[in-house]
Design a protein around this ligand. Structure first.
Ligand SMILES: [Zn+2]
Length: 83
């Protein structure tokens, strides 16, 4: 049984892997490790099952103590880039 459809961008095969996932919610960035995620074997696009997405949202809304809090360097890209 296939949990994931073929990639909607490139049509590649999507296989489940445990990956580190960055997830934005309400303008905050959350990082979840070891998340069972469908990963396109061709382009790397990630797909979440509805169940996993629901669990992630539930954690964000209810979790009080996180395993780790990290500072994330942010830079606004102002350099001009020649193409
Ligand atoms: Zn793909």
């Amino acid at each position: 049984m296939h949990k994931y459809c073929d990639c909607s961008f490139c049509g590649g095969e999507v296989k489940e892997e445990k990956v580190e996932l960055d997830y934005r919610y309400n303008g905050e960035l959350y990082i979840f490790q070891n998340v069972p995620t469908g990963v396109c074997q061709q382009c790397g696009e990630k797909y979440l099952t509805a169940e996993v997405a629901k669990k992630i949202k539930h954690k964000i809304l209810t979790k009080e103590k996180w395993d780790k809090i990290v500072a994330i360097p942010v830079d606004e890209f102002t350099e001009s880039v020649t193409t």
